[in-house]
Design a protein around this ligand. Structure first.
Ligand code: F6R
Length: 601
C-alpha cells in the first residue's frame, strides 16, 4: 500500500509531487511527506516535510522554494503508528539521503541491530528507515552503487526512491515485488506507484520489473536489471485520460465511478470482442476451474462459479487468495483464474506464484495494464474499466462480473456445452444489463429515500440466493466499508441456521430477489424476517407485485432476464451504500484503515 512519487525537471517539484501524490492517496492516507533538494546560500539543502493526516492539510502550509527534484510519500501504516516521525521520507543519520518506500522490509530487525551497532541512530518505529541508513553505510560518492549494495541486503517487498543532497540531478529507484512506474516528458522524469498519479503530465510509461534499478535524470532515464545490464524495454502509451482520474463535479470519486458504469461495462464488452479470438487453447481444455481473489474480486469470483458451472459445465471452486496457499491439493489440469482489479494485491500475487509452482495454467483478470499479476500470469484479460480511484470498488466489480459471463459462455460454446443461441443470449443479456444499469442511475431518488431510514442502523443483513448470493455479499461489503454499519451477507436459506437469532426490530434486512427459480423461496425467507419484526427492504424487479404483501419498503430495478439481475442489483446496492455513508458523513473515498492496493500479505 502506500504511494510514492518522484519528480525531476523544470517545474516546481513540490507542486508536481503534491498534485500527483493526492491522486495516490487511495493507496494510504495515514500520513504524508516530501523531500526535495533546494539551493540555499550557494549550497544544496535536503528539505523534508512530513505530517500525519491527509496531504492537503500539510501541502497548503509548505513553502515552495523552487526545488527541481523531490520525492513524496503517502502512508498506510504497517510498522509504527501514523505520526510525524514514522511518516516518510526517512533520512540517513547525516541528513543527506532521503528515501520514500512502499512495501515491507522483512529483515529490518536484524538490519537495525547491525546498523545500530555501527552507530546509526533510528528515529522511527518503521521498517523503512533501515533503507537510508544502509545506503549511507555503503555510500562513497556514488548513489547508484550504494543503492545497489543496499538492496542486496534487503529482504521483503519494496519499491523505493532515493535522493542525495549532493546529487540534485538524479533520483535512484528500485523495485522488488512492489509496483513502480516511470514516466517521461521533455527534459523531465517522473516516478510513481501507479500511472493514475501522472496522467496530467505524461502518458508515456515504463513499468519497472523486479530487481530493476532506474536512474532518473532530466536528460534521460536509464534502467538496469539485477545483473547490472541495461534494460531496453518499450515505453507504453496509456490511453487513460487525466479527467478519468478527476472527480469532474461529483462529490466523491465513488459516486462518479458508480455513474460511469454504463461506459465501463461497454468498454469491457468491446474489449472482449477484440480479445476473444486470441484466447489460449489451455483455457478451453480446463477440466476444473479454481478462482482465487480477495474482497470484492472474490465476490465476482463467487458469481463466476455459478456461471462457469451453468454455461461451461466445468466444476469450479473459489478460494480467498490469502487461504489458497494452505490448500494441499494439486490439480494439474485445473485453470486458475486470478481476479484482481489492481493487479497488485499481495495475497493474489502469492497465490498466482503458488499456482504456477504447482504447474497450473494461470489467467489474470485485471484492470491495470502492466500490473504485477498481468506479468506473472500465463495469460491476462483486461477489464478496461478506466482508472478507479475510490477505495471501494464499484465499476471494476461490474466489469469483473461481465468478464465472468463472457469467459464462461465462450468456453462453454467452444466445448459445445452450450449452443450458439444460448451463447448469443449471454451477450444480449449483458447489453440489456447495461441498459438496466443506465436506468438505475437515471433516477436515484428512491434509493436516497431508503438510505434515509437505513442510515441510523447499527447492523444490517443482506440476503440473496444463487447468483444473487454473491451480490448480497458484495452489497454487504460495500455497506460496511464505507458507512461503517456492521453488516453481514448471507445466502437467504442459511439465515435460520444461526443468524436469525440476531434479528430484532432495529436490524434491517435487505433481500435481493429476482424472478427465477429462487423467487418463492426468497419470499419465504422475507416472511421469516418480517415475522421477527425486522424492517425488510426488498430489492425487486419492476412489475413484481407479490413482494408488497410482505413489506412496503421496496426498491425496484428494471426488469431484465433474471440471469443478469446481479448487475442491476449490484449497482442499486452501490448507490444505497453510498447514500447511507454520505448521510452519515463518512470519508467515502478513503474509508478508515483501508487502502485500495493491498500490497501486504
Ligand atoms: C472493496 C475492495 C476490496 C478489494 C480487494 C482486492 O470495495 O475494493 O475488497 O476488492 O482488496 O483488491 P484487488 O481487486 O485489487 O485485488
Amino acid at each position: 500500500m502506500c504511494g510514492i512519487v518522484g519528480y525531476l525537471g523544470d517545474r516546481e517539484a513540490l507542486e508536481v509531487l503534491v498534485d500527483s501524490l493526492r491522486r495516490l492517496e487511495y493507496r494510504g492516507y495515514d500520513s504524508a511527506g516530501f523531500a526535495s533538494i533546494v539551493r540555499s546560500g550557494g549550497a544544496n539543502d535536503l528539505e523534508v516535510r512530513k505530517a500525519p493526516g491527509y496531504i492537503d492539510a500539510m501541502a497548503s502550509e509548505m513553502e515552495r522554494k523552487g526545488a527541481r527534484i523531490g520525492i513524496g510519500h503517502t502512508r498506510w501504516a504497517t510498522h509504527g503508528v501514523p505520526n510525524q516521525v514514522n511518516a516518510h521520507p526517512h533520512c540517513s543519520c547525516d541528513g543527506t539521503i532521503a528515501v520514500a518506500h512502499n512495501g515491507i522490509i522483512d529483515n529490518h530487525t536484524t538490519l537495525k541491530d547491525e546498523l545500530a551497532s555501527k552507530g546509526h541512530e533510528f528515529r522511527s518505529q518503521t521498517d523503512s528507515e533501515v533503507i537510508p541508513h544502509l545506503i549511507e553505510e555503503y555510500y562513497d560518492g556514488d548513489l547508484e552503487e550504494a543503492v545497489a549494495r543496499a538492496v542486496e541486503r534487503l529482504e521483503g517487498s519494496f519499491a523505493f526512491l532515493a535522493i542525495h543532497r549532493d546529487h540534485p540531478d538524479r533520483i535512484v529507484c528500485y523495485r522488488e515485488k512492489s509496483p513502480l512506474v516511470l514516466g517521461k516528458g521533455a527534459g523531465e522524469g517522473f516516478i510513481a506507484s501507479d500511472v493514475t498519479a501522472l496522467l496530467s503530465y505524461t502518458n508515456s510509461f515504463l513499468y519497472m520489473e523486479d530487481g530493476e534499478t532506474a536512474v532518473v535524470k532530466a536528460d534521460g532515464i536509464s534502467v538496469r536489471n539485477r545483473d547490472g545490464d541495461h534494460v531496453d524495454r518499450t515505453w507504453k502509451l496509456v490511453d487513460w485520460r487525466p479527467e478519468d482520474a478527476e472527480k469532474s463535479g461529483f462529490k466523491h470519486f465513488m459516486i462518479k465511478e458508480i455513474h460511469e458504469q454504463p461506459r465501463s461495462m461497454h468498454q469491457t464488452l468491446a474489449g472482449w470482442m477484440s480479445d476473444e479470438d486470441a484466447l489460449p487453447p489451455r483455457l478451453v481444455r480446463a477440466r476444473t476451474i479454481k478462482i482465487v481473489s480477495c474482497g470484492t474480486s472474490y465476490h465476482a469470483g463467487l458469481l463466476g462459479k455459478y456461471l462457469f458451472e451453468r454455461y461451461a459445465g466445468i466444476p469450479t471452486t473459489v478460494e480467498m487468495a490469502s487461504e489458497y496457499r494452505y490448500a494441499d491439493r494439486t490439480e494439474e489440469d485445473s485453470l486458475v483464474i486470478l481476479i484482481s482489479q489492481s493487479g497488485e494485491t499481495a495475497d493474489t500475487i502469492a497465490a498466482a506464484r503458488e499456482a504456477k509452482r504447482r504447474g497450473m495454467f494461470t489467467l489474470a483478470v485485471t484492470n491495470v495494464l502492466g500490473s504485477t499479476i498481468s506479468r506473472e500470469a500465463d495469460h491476462t484479460l483486461y477489464l478496461r474499466s478506466g482508472p478507479e480511484i475510490g477505495v471501494a470498488a464499484s465499476k471494476t466489480f461490474t466489469s469483473q462480473v461481465m468478464m465472468m459471463y463472457l469467459l464462461s459462455s465462450t468456453i462453454g460454446h467452444r466445448t459445445g456445452h452450450i449452443g450458439r443461441d444460448e451463447f448469443r443470449k449471454v451477450k444480449d443479456g449483458l447489453r440489456s444489463a447495461i441498459r438496466a444499469v443506465e436506468k438505475v442511475l437515471g433516477d436515484t431518488e428512491a434509493v436516497k429515500a431508503q438510505a434515509e431510514w437505513l442510515s441510523s442502523a447499527h447492523h444490517a443483513f443482506f440476503l440473496g440466493r444463487y447468483i444473487n448470493f454473491p451480490a448480497a455479499l458484495e452489497a454487504s461489503l460495500k455497506m460496511k466499508e464505507i458507512s461503517y454499519i456492521h453488516s453481514e451477507g448471507y445466502p437467504a436459506g442459511e439465515l435460520k441456521h444461526g443468524p436469525l437469532a440476531l434479528l430484532q426490530k432495529d436490524t434491517p434486512v435487505i433481500a435481493l430477489i429476482s424472478d427465477d427459480h429462487t423467487y418463492s423461496k426468497m419470499l419465504g425467507n422475507i416472511g421469516e424476517c418480517a415475522a421477527r419484526s425486522s424492517p425488510v427492504l426488498v430489492v425487486a424487479p419492476e412489475g413484481d407485485s407479490e413482494v408488497s404483501r410482505y413489506t412496503d419498503r421496496i426498491l425496484r430495478y428494471p426488469w431484465i432476464d433474471p440471469m443478469f439481475s446481479p448487475l442491476a442489483i449490484s449497482v442499486t446496492m452501490q448507490l444505497l451504500a453510498y447514500y447511507v455513508a454520505d448521510l452519515r458523513g463518512c470519508s467515502i473515498d478513503k474509508p478508515r484503515n483501508l487502502a485500495k492496493s493491498v500490497t501486504v500479505e
